[in-house]
Design a protein around this ligand. Sequence first.
Ligand SMILES: NC(=O)c1ccc[n+]([C@@H]2O[C@H](COP(=O)([O-])OP(=O)(O)OC[C@H]3O[C@@H](n4cnc5c(N)ncnc54)[C@H](O)[C@@H]3O)[C@@H](O)[C@H]2O)c1
Length: 378
Amino acid sequence: MTDMRVGIVKEIKNSENRVAIIPQNVSEFIAHGHQVLVEAGAGEGSGFSDEEYAEAGAVLCSKAETVWENAELLYKVKEILPPEYKYLRDDLILMTYIHSNSHVEQTDKLLDSGIISIALEDVSSDDPMKKWPLVANMGELAGKGGFLAALYYAQSVHGGPGLLLANVAGDDQPVVSIIGCGYTGKGAAEFASAFGNKVRILDVNFKAMEEAKKYFPPNVSFMYSNRANILKCLKDSDVIINCILWDKTRKDHLIYREDLKLMKKGAMIIDVACDDAGAVETCRSTTHEDPVFYEEGILHYCVDNIPSAFSKTSSVRFSNDSLPFAMEVADKGVVQALKDNKHLRRGLTTYKGVLTMVETGIKQNRPYTEPDEFVKNL
Ligand SMILES: NC(=O)c1ccc[n+]([C@@H]2O[C@H](COP(=O)([O-])OP(=O)(O)OC[C@H]3O[C@@H](n4cnc5c(N)ncnc54)[C@H](O)[C@@H]3O)[C@@H](O)[C@H]2O)c1
């Protein structure tokens, strides 16, 4: 067992309020003989005070710099932003959501600095319904938040048609159509159905729909996703919630600008997937500060970090789900942990200047080594 200095800094991304470790889990690291350095105020956005961290045994540091410079394992939530590049070094291990395939400059910095980086979104599991456990948890919250946004914007006092998205005696149930039966789609469907709406989930994957059908109530139906069914949903739905992972190289769309003319007055599109001009042609991602816009008279909500609105819940979930992986790295050291745990190894992105994230190598046309092959030789 090694003892390791684990560092937690305040996230600097705009309106990112989550924190990587909650105080309860600081105590877990301390119980395993590690030290935890926490930047003062790191937990504030999630409702955790410095006092709670200190009581749990963390050493509070007034500056992010002190944490970065003294940590051996820097454990955070979001990707590395330009003001943080200067802290990257070859004797540091980084565990965070990285998305190296879409952040070219960050990938350069990770490789140039020699840092060992592990992308939490690529940590896998053996559960076929939850292949990416650290994506699933936030997706579920995003889907639920997407439905809550619809509930809010459907109110006349918030510019909507004055519709309560619920089953109210004396009126027909509102119709909520959800495209995609993945983590986010099921999160949205759980709330929409619990409120008594008539819910449809559309997918092209029958297995995913058959599995979901087992535990959703009868007010949820499942439709094959094709052009005819999407048009049907556009015509009669009060809310469309898009929850599909869209291949960024695709030029076509599932919902075209023209199609919005088919929608009812006051109907809205909640684009949880929020790929700019992706599955929804008229989508452009928005922020919590300025979440909605109208195209062809249809409200669009396309916030790209919905879980941050539920920062306390998200931080608790993130910290608990990622803790076993971070703890394994701290307990065994990174090399042994990578050798022992194939799921952790799947997230290995860079190791002392070598790219091990296959998708990033292919997408950015860079040389790479498969992580299994690379770790065998460490
Ligand atoms: N806005 C946010 O804050 C936020 C947070 C988390 C995730 N997301 C995004 O949400 C999206 C979905 O994530 P997920 O984890 O649920 O993905 P997922 O892979 O679990 O699910 C996507 C589902 O879409 C289905 N699908 C694919 N093509 C389809 C089509 N043509 N019609 C209908 N269904 C189709 C797939 O079969 C799959 O079941 C991703 O783009 C993710 O980045 C956004």
